[in-house]
Design a protein around this ligand. Structure first.
Ligand code: ATP
Ligand code: ZN
Length: 811
């Protein structure tokens, strides 16, 4: 038998061919995680993954090594679909297949150090002779009886034998031992439970007739599938159970509990009596497509507060009912605890929430839960798209426009696009939902690639919030950050005991220069993106094309020296608010106040319980929050963000403002939004005030087309970094030369090399080459080849070349 595999730590990119020893052959399937012993270094085993198995080997082909063992109890860690998905990622995002596979699997699955062997408590006595047939198996059994729960490595050392996994797997299947991963930091969590003592006679329980609660508890324990009860569950008080222990009827035991993630945010379950007719219509379309059983991608464009979540939930109920499984992606769990908790309320243990703050043990348990079908919905951030579920029938991408879906290290996959691809492989439906769809998705819907569904109105007759623009140049200011108009509005809401959300857009301060007098921002005349200030050379530069102009320290339009190019934090604004409203508690939510576990939920809980009426924060306050008493949203510098040197800055800002505005007036109290801004005549605001996503989209698309930006082209950024600036620049130039001769001029624009927005990072100089491709004539193989050869040429200068396909940020 021969196996084609992708192996860890292997510089070569292509498939390796491995010999499979006979005794191993019957254990293996495609997708299995194995140990591979390379011919070049027999003593070193590396983890590898089987792509396919073949009986015979092509004539004249040498094997690259031998498979020596099989991990994860010989259960494939990659399904047919996730393996295909990995290969698609490697091809599309131009990375190595093993890198893609590694991105697919959670870290705890890729280490063997924590593999333990345990004797089973209840061994199937009769089968023992059939399984313990060899001296090795006898030795293992004896060793396990002597030392409890050794790691596989310890066992191997003790017996002086390598590669015991296969044998242990066979013994595990025979019910003799168990292979487990256990991570030290957080052992399995346990809870006290109560169970009936074994062999109770009726005489003991008879007198309980006079203690109805205790009798009820005994009955419930008898009926419980685990024959035990936790205190408080099923309405049984701890006291009742303790009395039973005293009487000798029940006993206390420790029970392992599933570690399930909680965001710490709780709200009472809201019963939604009936879907609106618009919600019904959308649900019907989705459900029909789902039942048709073929791949259908949807874009659900539903305004803020239109009730998208409950539509997802109703759809997933049908998916589970029909025996299929589902994946739900959210941009970031800690930022959207409300969404996660609503899904949890509906699906309980059927849903597995995945979160980056989980411990290794929790991650591993969660993965196994999904792998063996204990949980049937996976909900989490972008990597949840790789959940090891089989038979996925629906994939939902909530807030599909969010940039957090793009992975910022290799492989640089986009969670949303990967979701569409997985749905295709699964023959599932895929729902991309947003109040402000990404232009990529909206244009795909226009082209008919996605089916467009709309929820144009808020539920329960709630009105969309009224938007007002506050031109900062004409309005009296009461503090450096706050206009009198907005101040009066806040005061008014507090008087009515309503709530206020204030946003300071911090992502906007990305190195560009804004004039505080006239609002001017210097743009590149070639690329129409803001220029970035470089202090070292006192220049402003376009980091798309490299065009540079001198920076005088004064506004080129009105000569004012009152320029803003340093960050202006929420902390200072909070101080101003405290002076204006000394009686009020001000909640601040930004990176500084949310850097500890659970702190985010604490802030939101406080706001939810109305322990505070003003919530001030960065982008974080714009996402998904659903609080009925918020009647005012204020944005302190609404035009900050226009100056981000990125062709998507308009799209991003529009969506941010629309989203934050959408937090106001979601229930009975109508909402109002005040946007303080300098550049009030930017057309973006006119569209925003009319609440017209569509008009804004159409207008932006005109300039996208003219300047050959996505979605009209596909963009690829190639970044060169090195501690030696010349090396980075020269390698980038060499790359441009290569590409120019390789690519046809009319199919592609090549820009640069230019210094990156942040031209030096961690002691490395950064240069970028930007490709705008008409279609995608760029073969992954060609680019990978170029990558190896350039990195090799500049090896002494520690050059690295990073390829980013469909980049989301060009910093
Ligand atoms: N049919 C309905 N009847 C009454 N209330 C509803 C109905 N559908 C949804 N809601 C409620 O309306 C509110 C808004 O719904 P939801 O949070 O799902 O909006 P959304 O579309 O996700 O908005 P956003 O894009 O702003 O996050 C929620 O409080 C939800 O419980
Ligand atoms: Zn330029």
């Amino acid at each position: 038998m021969n196996a084609y595999i992708y192996a860890e730590n292997y510089l070569r990119d292509e498939l390796l061919l491995a010999d499979v020893p006979e005794e191993l052959a019957e254990e293996l399937q495609p997708g299995c995680q194995v140990l591979f012993s390379p011919a070049s270094n027999r003593r070193k085993n590396v983890i590898a993954y089987i792509l396919r198995l073949e009986k015979s080997r092509p004539a004249g082909l040498m094997a690259d090594g031998t498979l020596v063992d099989v991990l994860n109890s010989a259960h494939p860690v990659l399904t047919t679909v996730t393996m295909k998905l990995a290969l698609w990622i490697a091809e599309y995002y131009i990375s190595r297949p093993i890198e893609a596979i590694n991105a697919l699997l959670p870290a705890p699955l890729k280490t063997t150090v924590q593999d333990f062997v345990e004797l089973c408590e209840f061994q199937l006595q009769s089968g023992t002779e059939k399984i313990v047939t060899t001296t090795l198996r006898k030795k293992i059994l004896r060793a396990l009886q002597e030392s409890n729960k050794p790691t596989v490595r310890q066992l191997e050392r003790k017996l002086g034998k390598h590669n015991l996994y296969r044998t242990l797997t066979v013994m595990e299947r025979g019910g003799l031992v168990q292979l487990k991963k256990k991570f030290p930091q957080s052992g399995p969590k346990t809870r006290t439970a109560y169970r009936l003592r074994p062999n109770l006679s009726d005489e003991v329980t008879e007198p309980l007739k006079r203690a109805p609660r205790q009798a009820e508890a005994v009955e419930k324990m008898r009926q419980s599938p685990h024959a035990s009860l936790f205190a408080q569950d099923n309405g049984i008080a701890r006291q009742t159970l303790e009395s039973l222990v005293k009487k000798g009827i029940a006993e206390k035991i420790r029970v392992e509990i599933q570690s399930s993630f909680s965001t710490g945010f709780t709200e009472p379950k809201k019963i939604i009596e009936q879907l609106s007719s618009a919600q019904h219509h959308v649900l019907k379309e989705l459900s029909d497509a789902f039942h048709s059983g073929s791949f259908t991608p949807f874009l659900l464009h539903g305004v803020t507060g239109s009730g998208k979540t409950i539509v997802y939930i109703e759809l997933l109920k049908q998916v589970l009912e029909s025996g299929r499984n589902a994946i739900v992606l959210v941009p970031e769990i800690s930022l959207t605890p409300q969404t996660a908790s609503r899904f949890r309320q509906h699906f309980g243990d059927d849903i597995q929430i995945l979160h980056s703050a989980m411990s290794n043990q929790e991650k591993y348990d969660a993965w196994q839960n999904l792998r063996n079908g204990k949980a049937r919905i996976a909900l989490g951030a972008r990597s949840t798209i790789f959940a090891p579920l089989c038979n996925v029938g629906a994939i939902i991408v909530d807030e599909e426009h969010d940039a957090a879906y793009k992975q910022d290290r290799t492989p640089r996959y986009h969670g949303r696009d990967t979701a569409v691809m997985r749905a295709k492989l699964e023959q599932a439906i895929c729902v991309l939902g947003s109040a402000t769809p990404s232009f990529e998705s909206y244009s795909n819907a226009e082209k008919g690639k996605y089916r467009l569904l709309r929820l144009p109105d808020r539920v329960d007759n709630a009105a969309m919030p009224a938007m007002k623009l506050v031109p900062m140049l004409e309005n009296r200011r009461i503090t450096p950050s706050l206009s009198e108009v907005l101040y009066l509005q806040i005061k008014e809401r507090l008087k009515r005991d309503e709530q206020v959300i204030l946003l300071q857009n911090r992502r906007g301060f990305a190195g560009s220069v804004l004039c505080m007098e006239c609002g001017h921002i210097t743009m590149c005349k070639h690329c129409n993106v803001p220029m970035v200030y470089h202090a070292s050379s006192r220049q402003q530069r376009c980091h798309y094309c490299g065009h540079a102009v001198a920076f005088s320290g004064n506004c080129p339009k009105c000569s004012s020296a009152n320029l803003l190019y340093k960050s202006s934090g929420t902390e200072r604004i909070a101080e101003e608010l405290r002076e204006l409203f000394p009686e009020e508690k001000i909640l601040r939510m930004d990176v500084d106040t949310t850097n500890t576990k659970g702190s985010h939920a604490i802030i939101l809980n406080a706001f939810h319980k109305k322990q505070a009426r003003i919530l001030l924060g960065t982008q974080m306050v714009a996402k998904g929050l659903d609080f009925p008493d918020v009647s005012l949203v204020g944005v302190l510098m609404a035009d900050i963000g226009l100056n981000i040197p990125d062709f998507r800055s308009g799209e991003r800002l529009f969506s941010l403002l629309m989203q934050v505005a959408g937090r106001a007036g979601r229930a009975a109290i109508p909402g109002e939004v005040y946007l303080q801004a300098y550049n009030t005549d930017n057309p973006l605001f006119a569209h925003l005030l009319r609440g017209s996503y569509e008009a804004f989209y159409q207008e932006e698309m005109v300039s996208r087309k003219e300047l050959h930006y996505p979605p009209f082209t596909r963009m690829v950024v190639i970044e060169f970094t090195s501690p030696d600036e010349t090396a980075a620049e020269k390698a980038a130039s060499a790359c441009v030369d290569h590409l120019r001769s390789y690519l046809k001029r009319d199919s592609c624009h090549i820009l640069g090399p230019a210094p990156a927005g942040i031209s030096r990072m961690k002691g490395r100089f950064r240069y970028q080459v930007l490709l705008k491709l008409q279609s995608r004539p760029l073969a992954a193989d060609y680019l990978k080849h170029l990558q190896y050869s350039l990195m090799n040429t500049w090896k002494k200068h520690h050059l690295s070349m990073i390829i980013d396909v469909d980049p989301q940020s060009l910093m």
